[in-house]
Design a protein around this ligand. Structure first.
Ligand SMILES: *Cc1c(COP(=O)(O)O)cnc(C)c1O
Ligand SMILES: [Zn+2]
Length: 423
């Protein structure tokens, strides 16, 4: 059973009945969902959650969906794995990875936010939904809308990765490529949502959408046996995910499901689009928009909707933000794959490289329990690895050919230090 919830202005506190609305009509600040935690406290226990399904809907009582909502998409409940080999490389001792590279159905954490947004699209009676997207959101809206039989219009920057375009079109969505960057796409989407009365998951349904990200935080706590970590490292695009993981931890504390603890939040961006990291580093009280130029397309939002709230959350928590170059992003992808067997997309390369830097600079101490959030799958951004690996000549299927081949490699490795060690 879901608890009661409503919309509330983040700045002036004005309350609104549930409706497809994301901006306060009094002060033009963003609206947010408030779940009635006092009501939830009466029914939600560790045991009641444990009896729920092994997906994000085990936290249904803490999500903004109607009481009688029957979940349609089993997203979430992704692995939280200890990462000893990556830890060894970067000077960490107690490092975990929250692996949303394998979130279902479309291999990114966006499946969580879309599941909640589309539940509300249906509740409000929309037969057509859409989004503006840097790629992963497009994939997830297209897939989940197909399953629900909703019509779908998706707007993306024209230069998006081929895999992310294909992974949207295959579901039968109408994909509209816009000649511009994400911020142009997003502005147009707001105008379309008004004009056509469509449910845009990250525009007029945004307050509901954003709550889906809380499930990353709920899962981290439950998977640590109902404990909070010392630190969390989170990639930032619009800046929503990082604020919602923090909100999730606060809700769990308020509900008495975990002991109170001040968790530090660390934000990760690519230098080529780092407006939030910049604000944290300079101590600015506003976000200076940037024109994105980075291979980390899924994080390339130059004017982030929740940027100021993300910067504030990081600062209040005693955390920090870092940004890394595109070269470091690719190394981060390779390092995570080689040490932990997890193939992440560019956003995960950003997070891995930033995590390494936070240890190197002493911002995170080795013994602290740290969770780094890997949010998307490497199969969607293979273009950034093009040319990184040579293909050897094919050999004949004979043992002698294989032996010759191995001997050649050994000789080569003796010449080239740092090559593959073939014993
Ligand atoms: C969208 C996205 C993010 C960031 O999400 P925000 O809530 O907009 O900050 C991180 N990682 C990946 C892979 C994404 O697609
Ligand atoms: Zn307001």
């Amino acid at each position: 059973m879901a608890s009661s919830y409503e919309l509330c202005c983040r700045e002036c506190g004005k309350r609104y009945e549930n409706q497809p609305l994301s901006i306060c009509d009094e002060c033009f600040s963003p609206l947010e969902v408030r779940v009635d935690l006092d009501a939830a406290k009466k029914t939600v226990t560790r045991e009641s959650i444990a009896q729920g399904p092994t997906n994000m809907w085990r936290y249904q009582a803490l999500l903004p969906v109607p009481d009688d909502y029957v979940p349609q998409t089993p997203a979430g409940w992704t692995p939280l794995v200890k990462a000893p080999r990556l830890a060894g490389r970067i000077g960490a001792k107690n490092l975990y990875i929250k692996n949303d590279a394998v979130c279902m159905p479309t291999l990114s954490f966006k499946d969580r936010v879309v599941a909640v947004a589309l539940a509300n699209a249906q509740r409000f009676g929309f037969d057509t939904v859409g989004c503006s997207s840097t790629g992963n959101l497009a994939n997830s809206v297209a897939a989940q809308a197909a399953r629900l039989g909703l019509k779908t219009y998706i707007l993306v920057p024209a230069d998006l990765e081929a895999a992310k375009i294909l992974n949207t079109q295959v579901y039968g969505a109408n994909l509209i490529r816009i000649d511009g960057n994400y911020d142009h796409v997003n502005r147009l989407s707001s105008q379309i949502a008004d004009r056509f009365s469509w449910g845009f998951v990250n525009v007029n349904l945004r307050p509901y959408y954003a709550e889906g990200s809380k499930t990353v935080g709920f899962e981290i706590a439950e998977q640590l046996s109902w404990r909070l970590p010392d630190n969390v490292v989170v990639p930032m695009a619009g800046g929503s995910l990082i604020t919602k993981i923090r909100k999730a931890f606060k809700e769990l504390i308020a509900l008495g499901l975990v002991d109170a603890k001040d968790v530090r939040f660390f934000g990760a961006q690519a230098t080529g689009c780092s407006p939030i990291a910049r604000a944290v580093k300079t101590g600015a009280d506003h976000i200076e928009p940037q024109r994105p130029s980075t291979i980390a397309r899924s994080l390339a939002i130059g004017n982030p909707a929740d940027g100021i709230y993300a910067a504030k959350a990081i600062r209040e928590s005693g955390g920090w933000a870092e940004d890394v170059s595109d070269v470091e992003v690719v190394s981060g992808i390779q390092e995570l794959a080689e040490t932990e067997g997890i193939f992440t997309e560019t956003a995960g390369g950003v997070t891995t490289a930033v995590t390494a830097r936070l240890y190197a600079h002493g911002r995170i101490k080795p013994d602290e329990l740290t969770v780094t959030c890997i949010t998307g799958n490497g199969l969607k951004t293979t273009d950034v690895l093009a040319g990184a690996y040579e293909q050897s000549e094919a050999i004949r299927p004979r043992l002698t050919d294989f032996e010759n081949y191995i001997n050649e490699i050994k000789e080569l490795n003796e010449l080239v230090s740092g090559g593959v060690d073939v014993r």
